[in-house]
Design a binder for this molecule. Structure first.
Ligand SMILES: [Fe+2]
Length: 326
């Protein structure tokens, strides 16, 4: 199935992905992981929630950790370009018969919550409290020195359908993986902000969140994180990598937080803002697709993900088999 043509004039203007809210079962344990190990900065906290930002970010938060009885994902947040886009976005979702609820969120202006057709909880806003820049306060750099949130990757039970819906919202495909037998798309990477992706979809039981990724300055920061995790009791939380992806050409590492939420540490992908940039096609059977150096991903990487609050999951339509490490 061919990749649909990009929507160059979408019905509303998404600037970029913005934030994620995780339900976590032990807030103190999650704080230790995200703050002391990864190096995210606390911008607000109370008994139930911790708000975090990365070093380059001026917005108040890119992650909310919320104490919960069970691990889950409450929302994926996206920033819109300007205030008129909010009503246009709400009209888009209402036109699809999807629920739109205007909500009050701490540290944020006007905001509505909705979901995609598969139940992924989404949040759109324009204004979030702006904080002073800290990217040159080098004494604050810690852990892997996270600079900014980079992307969400979701398991999707039908990637072709996900591409069509997110494509309507203006996300443009930069790279994709095709199953040679069926011609169906097995995975796709789509962007708004001019990198390889803001959102990606991977074939699998879905919808579930596969991972949230953070951009770091260099691959050496990833090596430093591995040394830190390996000597502070987090060796079992290291899942895959380090390595270089074939797709996106980025240097990567996947780690799991105390609840199993998967976090990717990511750097050095490429610029994609040309409207006529041709998507790069990969074969599912190409071992360099996942890892340029050829090492396959472990089974957990294809099977485990975080549940979205309120979304019902189902098996994927496409049964094609990726290359899995023995
Ligand atoms: Fe990723």
């Amino acid at each position: 199935m061919p990749i649909p043509a990009p929507t160059l004039y979408p019905p509303f203007n998404i600037t970029r992905l913005s934030h994620v809210e995780y339900g976590v079962t032990d807030l103190a344990a999650s704080r230790a992981f995200y703050v002391d190990i990864l190096g995210l900065q606390v911008t607000a906290e109370n008994d139930n929630r911790i708000y975090l930002r990365a070093m380059e970010e001026r917005g108040h938060h890119c992650i909310i950790l919320r104490q919960s009885d069970s691990a889950g994902v409450s929302c994926l947040g996206f920033k819109l370009y300007d205030t008129p886009e909010l009503d246009k976005a709400a009209a888009f979702f209402e036109g699809k018969g999807l629920p739109v609820e205007w909500i009050e969120r701490p540290f944020m202006g006007k905001c509505f919550r909705t979901c995609d057709p598969w139940g992924v909880p989404l949040e759109f806003y324009v204004k979030m409290d702006r904080l002073p820049p800290i990217h040159q306060q080098y004494r604050l750099y810690n852990g892997v020195k996270p600079l900014r949130i980079d992307h969400f990757n979701m398991f999707s039970a039908n990637v072709d359908e996900a591409i069509a819906f997110y494509g309507e919202m203006g996300f443009r495909v930069t790279e994709y993986t095709e199953d040679d037998e069926s011609g169906r798309v097995w995975a796709a990477w789509m962007h708004r902000k001019g990198g390889v992706h803001d959102v990606a979809f991977t074939n699998g039981t879905g919808p579930r969140l596969h991972h949230t990724a953070f951009w770091v300055p260099t691959p050496l920061n990833i090596i430093d994180l591995l040394d830190l995790m390996a000597t502070t009791g987090y060796v079992a939380n290291i899942e895959r990598g380090p390595g270089r992806h074939g797709i996106s050409n980025a240097f990567f590492l996947y780690v799991r937080d105390p609840d199993g939420h998967r976090i990717e540490i990511y750097c050095s992908d490429y610029q994609t803002c040309d409207a006529d940039l041709e998507p790069i096609k990969w074969s599912l059977t190409d071992p360099q697709r996942q890892t340029l150096w050829g090492a396959p991903a472990p089974r957990s990487w294809f099977e485990e993900g975080s549940l979205f609050d309120g979304a019902e999951i189902r098996d994927s339509d496409l049964k094609a088999q990726p290359i899995i490490a023995p």
